[in-house]
Design a protein around this ligand. Structure first.
Ligand SMILES: [Zn+2]
Length: 256
């Protein structure tokens, strides 16, 4: 059975077949899905999906690119969502200097506030960090992010950075990129990180693995990611499924 640790099924690209697709998951071996919020709106939608489907859990948070929408009033609303039964993480939160929007000071302010929130409610956090390696790590250390823990999703840095996060107790999220021919750095990271600290993720509808690169991604394609990981680590793919599922349940503290 497969633990999908990062998906966005509220996305409009699933409007046509969302229900049929989600309903097909249990028979395709997918028994847990974390649907991750990236704005106030998608946080609300993620919680609704989690309420609708037994095997879906929600993360509540605002992605760095969306932080311009935050203010004290709606941040208070976000804090309230953490009390909901199926909200299992704060995320996705972080820094994105690739697009550099909104300005960095705004991204940093709300990253810090959301880390503090995760610590306050004792939930793990889902970190999005793109082209912002140093600032992400500096802020996480200054804000004692390790007290809440979590995952660095869609990990895009090298082995040195992976070591820093492993030392802080964080998990490393690995998705479709690992199947790309030019993903040398991520393959090195996948080899380096112990299997008991890896989470399988799609980030769907984005990041479809080979041979579906560029198309709409879904959790059904996690098999390609798992097979590549098994190949890199020289182990049976069943072991990859089993361990990453245990990891997901442990990190998100899902008991059933
Ligand atoms: Zn995401």
């Amino acid at each position: 059975m497969i633990f999908e640790s990062h998906a966005h099924y509220e996305d409009a690209r699933f409007d046509e077949d969302r229900e049929a697709l989600l309903k097909s998951f249990p028979q395709n071996g997918i028994d847990y899905v974390i649907n991750v919020g990236s704005s106030l709106k998608t946080t609300k939608q993620s919680i609704l999906l989690a309420e609708q489907y037994d095997f879906i859990y929600a993360a509540a948070g605002v992605h760095p690119e969306e932080t311009a929408e935050l203010n004290e009033e709606n941040f208070a609303w976000l804090c309230e969502q953490m009390k909901k039964e199926k909200v299992v993480a704060v995320g996705e939160i972080g820094l994105d200097y690739h697009w550099d929007e909104p300005e960095r000071s705004v991204q940093k302010q709300w990253f810090e506030r959301q880390i503090a929130l995760a610590r306050q409610v004792s939930l793990p956090m889902i970190i999005h960090s793109r082209d912002a390696a140093k600032d992400t790590l500096d802020i996480m250390k200054a804000c004692k992010a390790e007290e809440a823990g979590g995952v660095i999703h869609c990990f895009s840095y090298g082995v040195e950075m992976a070591r820093e996060y492993l030392n802080m107790g964080f998990y490393i999220g690995i998705g479709g990129v690992v199947t790309f021919k030019n993903a040398k750095k991520l393959k090195e990271v996948a080899e380096y990180v112990p299997l008991d600290r890896i989470l399988l993720e799609t980030d769907c509808p984005y990041m479809a693995p080979e041979p579906h690169r560029g198309k709409r991604n879904s959790s059904l394609y996690l098999t390609y990611v798992a097979e590549k990981l098994a190949d890199i680590k020289g182990m049976d793919v069943e072991k990859v499924y089993e361990k990453t599922r245990e990891n997901g349940k442990r990190m998100y503290r899902i008991e059933k």
